[in-house]
Design a protein around this ligand. Structure first.
Ligand code: SF4
Length: 468
């Protein structure tokens, strides 16, 4: 037993095979290949089965990671799948896109000295293998409860809620403003991290489960939109999982110049098209032949950087006001971007967008790191020195803030925090409107984080899409 628990000494960490950077710059295919069975079992065996598994402690879903690693190492793959899917609606997606180096793998006990267990890659293998073996089945209810729930939004929170409620016997209707399900999984995250057939496969499974999807059906108070009040009348409960999409702005001179765009608009336009498709009306949101400057240091910024490269940008520079060690995004994403040819301007804060009508560059104030703040993170201060980065497409990837949901839904009684997220009781999900629940990015944290920012989405420490 003791020998088995020391496998991490004799078996080094092996990462999944990655496609060559020169090749992957040419398309939007996923860059990582999946583990073969023998490799997945070997890598799973490196887990030392900690008494206190910090991997699970730091998993937002509380996944039973050591348990399914052990089952994988013992070639009990169907049980591993059952264990993994018990706490996760789509482990094959989390295995691909979770920022593991900040969560489970970053807190893996053997990380110091022996490199972490490759948890994400094993998780992906377990579910992909389960699909191949025919073990993945829709979670059909034993009985119908005769009650219905309307879910607003089909991103991760909406889909997870829908799947779990349908399994319990609720009739579930999902209302999605876009023409495909997935929210950011479909329109935000590029295919080189998550190919869209993976999301479509889950969508098909959820339909088989009996969930009814109403696509191209926005909920709100505008013309042609379905009113929240109508959903409350139609269903016994409503779950709001609309996601936080309002781009944080950078208030500097020149912000209105042509060629200064928001990350979400750029990524959505790219995800709507195939790789070879002509951008057509979306040419303003296409990087081909342009000098691109991406502002931000989160994973959304890296998605913009790497999408620009694949679209054929002449040059791509990412500007971030802190340094590499203090950025919120995944280190691996930065490394992948560098491999693909991106340049980084660390310790640079945009001071003005330059140009006459159209943007031609960004004036950057050089920063330096100061003393650590209360959370231990280094503060920053200006040095007084400047730099100019030439660019004719500037993409702002500074994170997202909540929309005005009470206004959007014409529901003034819908209580929100000072950050605009929906107020729920500690540990609960019900908003101030009876029978209306909230989840995902819009649900306020029930406890203050280390900085006391209760209710604020994406301070940058736990949300890699932020760019703080
Ligand atoms: Fe295994 Fe690492 Fe989790 Fe410990 S922290 S149980 S070694 S995966």
């Amino acid at each position: 037993m003791a020998e088995r628990m020391l496998q991490f000494v004799t078996h080094p960490q092996v990462l999944p095979e990655k496609r060559d950077a020169a090749e992957r710059r040419q398309d939007f295919g996923e860059i990582y290949r999946g583990f073969a069975r023998s490799r997945a079992e070997e890598q799973a065996s490196r887990c030392s089965q900690c008494g206190i598994p910090f991997c699970s402690v730091h998993c937002p879903l509380g996944n039973n990671i050591p348990d399914w690693l052990k089952l994988t190492a013992e070639d009990r793959l169907e049980e591993a799948y059952e264990m993994s899917s018990a706490t996760n609606t789509f482990p094959e997606i989390c295995g691909r896109i979770c920022p593991q180096d900040r969560l489970c793998e970053g807190n893996c006990v053997i990380n110091k000295g022996f490199e972490s267990v490759t948890i994400g890659a094993v998780e992906r293998f377990i579910t992909e293998n389960a699909f191949e073996q025919g073990w993945v089945k829709p979670a059909l209810p034993d009985r119908e409860l005769g009650r219905s729930v309307g879910v607003v939004g089909s991103g991760p929170a909406g889909l997870a809620c829908a799947e779990r409620l349908r399994a319990q016997g609720y009739e579930v209707h999902v209302y999605e403003r876009q023409d495909r399900v997935g929210g950011l999984l479909t329109y935000g995250i590029p295919s080189f991290k998550l190919e869209k057939h993976v999301v479509a496969r889950r969508h098909a499974l959820l339909e088989e489960q009996g969930i009814v999807f109403h696509l191209s059906t926005p909920v709100g108070s505008g013309e042609g939109e379905t009113a929240l009040e109508d959903l409350r009348a139609r269903h016994d409960a409503v779950f709001l999982a609309t996601g936080v999409y309002r781009s944080r702005d950078v208030k500097v001179p020149g912000a209105g110049l042509e060629g200064v765009v928001d990350a979400i608009d750029f990524l959505t336009a790219s995800n709507r098209r195939g790789y070879d498709e002509d951008p057509g009306e979306d040419a303003a949101l296409h990087a081909k032949g342009r000098r691109v400057v991406v502002i931000g240091g989160g994973d959304t910024a890296m998605d913009c950087v790497r999408t620009s490269i694949r679209q054929g940008a002449e040059r791509v520079t990412c500007v971030y006001r802190r340094d590499r060690a203090n950025m919120p995004g995944s280190r691996q994403e930065v490394y992948n971007a560098e491999e693909e040819g991106a340049q980084f301007e660390w310790l640079g804060s945009p001071e003005a967008f330059l140009g006459d009508g159209s943007v031609s560059g960004v004036r950057v104030l050089k920063m330096r790191l100061g003393a650590p703040d209360a959370s231990g993170r280094r503060s920053i201060e200006g040095t007084g020195q400047h730099d100019v980065i030439e660019g004719d497409l500037v993409i702002k990837a500074l994170g997202f803030d909540p929309e005005d949901l009470p206004g959007q839904f014409a529901a003034p009684d819908l209580a929100v925090t000072r950050w605009g997220t929906l107020t729920v009781p500690p540990g609960g999900f019900e908003t101030s409107l009876p029978g209306v629940f909230a989840g995902g990015d819009y649900r306020a944290r029930s406890e203050p984080c280390r900085l006391g920012d209760q209710g604020r989405p994406g301070c940058g420490r736990c949300d890699p899409s932020s760019s703080d």
